[in-house]
Design a protein around this ligand. Structure first.
Ligand SMILES: Nc1nc2c(ncn2[C@@H]2O[C@H](COP(=O)(O)OP(=O)(O)OP(=O)(O)O)[C@@H](O)[C@H]2O)c(=O)[nH]1
Ligand SMILES: [Mg+2]
Length: 465
């Protein structure tokens, strides 16, 4: 059936099949089938077919020649009440490399074709079960590599962002309707629509768009993780601390200053945000060219860190790193006194902190594990102020695509406001900016409906009198 001709992902007349679980040893696997012939194809391969949708039925699966392949649990879905909106079936087979593959082959032999990546979700989209943002969230949820990413994707899957964007777009369409009315009845002096009302509505839209756009920073932190850089003079114990924080020996530790040359990264998955912890080369005026390159990498990480952990094991090393960091970063700097098990005196913590530019220093020992949890908690507190939108239920912009669309809409509404307020452009021309803003938001959610403005005009103002 798949023959040599290319697959058309928009062709909904074909029935698609795929193993929905990863291949390999496992107790169970799920084979998913969707499309107009899904029921007929599955029925033909199964000894018992579920009498009702959404009920589990134990059944024998057979290949085209009638040979038994597995005892499987089958769930039938009737269109439109399925993930894709089509007739569908899920066959829960035994796992492993062979059983699910032979079950898929048995369904292919009966006329299904192999689904392309994401094709089930694409069909759900085409059948109106999901919008683009939700489809995107499905992908984000599957590829989530942190608890924060999981939480945000789930929220987006629930349609929160789509609803917010739709509401913003509806407000802009309402605004277009006000303007259209004004254009149609210019002789009515100030018109029935007070200009102040239009300006107020415009400002509300600008505020709302700007607020949504501001969540992009939190979205980026969820996606990329907050970069937390361990910086300090050579040999102060950065790599040891790095290993202790991630609970794994990743970075090489020796008592030779200048051991670390390359930046080494690892992710700590805190409930707030993933932290991308980076161990760097000790910062000093290195003579060795390789070490010098390492120091340059350290500097570049420091300049784009969300938080810098300035490590020192003495007042001298504190003064050295304090000097290096000054002017190199705008990120919050946390002073860390390493090797706490070898600490000199209590007053030393304060002077180390001051030399780095803080009130005091956190005291940690890679050797004993002391102070590690408190340090991570402090970092979490600092990054969570950047990630404030994560704490609320407000929807979040998580992709560059989102940021671009909302930024474009905001620019256009601002341009409209400028033109409208100064009478710089005739109203119909100024209104083009609003149309552009609406289009930007519609591109984001995948809705395009130009008739809607007209509908709105007639609904609100009964112009057809
Ligand atoms: N007692 C004690 N020694 C430590 C501790 N942390 C590190 N050290 C020792 O300090 C020395 C340097 O440790 P590293 O972790 O390699 O230091 P670094 O800052 O990464 O050094 P460079 O990569 O050269 O910049 C090693 O001999 C470690 O064993 C600690 O918590 N307690
Ligand atoms: Mg090191």
């Amino acid at each position: 059936m798949s023959g040599g001709s290319p697959v058309n992902p928009f062709d909904l007349s074909e029935t698609i099949v795929a193993q929905a679980t990863p291949p390999g040893r496992g107790a169970l696997a799920i084979v998913r089938l969707s499309g107009p012939n899904a029921h007929a194809i599955a029925r033909d391969a199964l000894e018992r077919w579920p009498a009702a949708p959404r009920a589990a039925t134990l059944s024998t699966v057979r290949d085209a020649s009638g040979a038994e392949l597995d005892q499987a649990v089958v769930i039938r879905y009737d269109a439109p009440a399925s993930f894709t909106g089509e007739d569908a079936a899920e066959i829960i087979t035994h796992g492993g490399l062979v059983v699910p593959t032979t079950v898929v082959a048995a369904l292919l032999a009966r006329g299904a074709r192999v689904a392309r990546p994401g094709e089930f979700t694409r069909r759900a989209l085409l059948n109106g079960k999901l919008d683009i943002l939700q489809a995107e969230a499905t992908g984000d949820l599957v590829s989530a590599d942190s608890r924060a990413a999981q939480r945000v994707a789930l929220r987006q899957l629930d349609g929160g962002l789509s609803r917010r964007v739709l509401a913003l777009r509806d407000e802009l369409i309402g605004l277009e309707a006000l303007i259209a009315y004004d254009i149609d009845f210019p002789e009515e002096d100030d018109g029935p629509v007070a200009p102040a009302r239009i300006l107020a509505a415009t400002d509300r839209s600008i505020d709302a768009l700007a607020q949504l756009l501001a969540t992009a920073r939190a979205g980026e932190l969820v996606r990329e993780g907050a970069v937390v850089v361990l910086a300090g003079a050579p040999n102060v114990g950065k790599s040891s601390l790095f290993n202790a924080l991630i609970g794994e020996r990743r970075a090489i530790v020796t008592d030779i200053p200048g051991t670390t040359r390359d930046a080494i990264e690892a992710v700590i998955d805190t409930p707030t945000l993933p932290l991308r912890l980076v161990d760097t080369a000790g910062m000093r005026d290195a003579l060795d060219p390789v070490e010098r390159l390492g120091v340059e990498v350290s500097e570049s990480y420091v300049s784009r860190a969300a938080v810098v952990l300035a490590c020192a094991d003495s007042e001298a090393s504190a003064a050295a790193i304090g000097e290096v960091l000054r002017g190199r970063t705008t990120a919050p700097i946390v002073a860390v006194r390493t090797k706490a098990d070898l600490r000199e005196s209590a007053t030393e913590l304060v002077s180390i902190g001051m030399k780095i530019g803080a009130m005091s220093a956190f005291e940690v020992s890679a050797e004993t594990g002391a102070g590690l949890d408190a340090l991570i908690a402090a970092v979490e507190r600092i990054v969570s102020s950047d990630a404030a939108p994560l704490e609320t239920d407000a929807p979040l912009l998580t992709q560059e695509r989102h940021r671009y669309a909302v930024g474009r809409a905001l620019d256009e509404v601002r341009a409209f406001r400028g033109a409208w307020q100064t009478d710089a452009l005739p109203a119909p021309v100024a209104a083009v900016h609003l149309r552009e803003a609406v289009t930007a938001l519609e591109d984001l959610i995948g809705v395009v409906d130009v008739e809607q403005v007209l509908d709105e005009v007639f609904r609100r103002f009964c112009v057809g009198k």
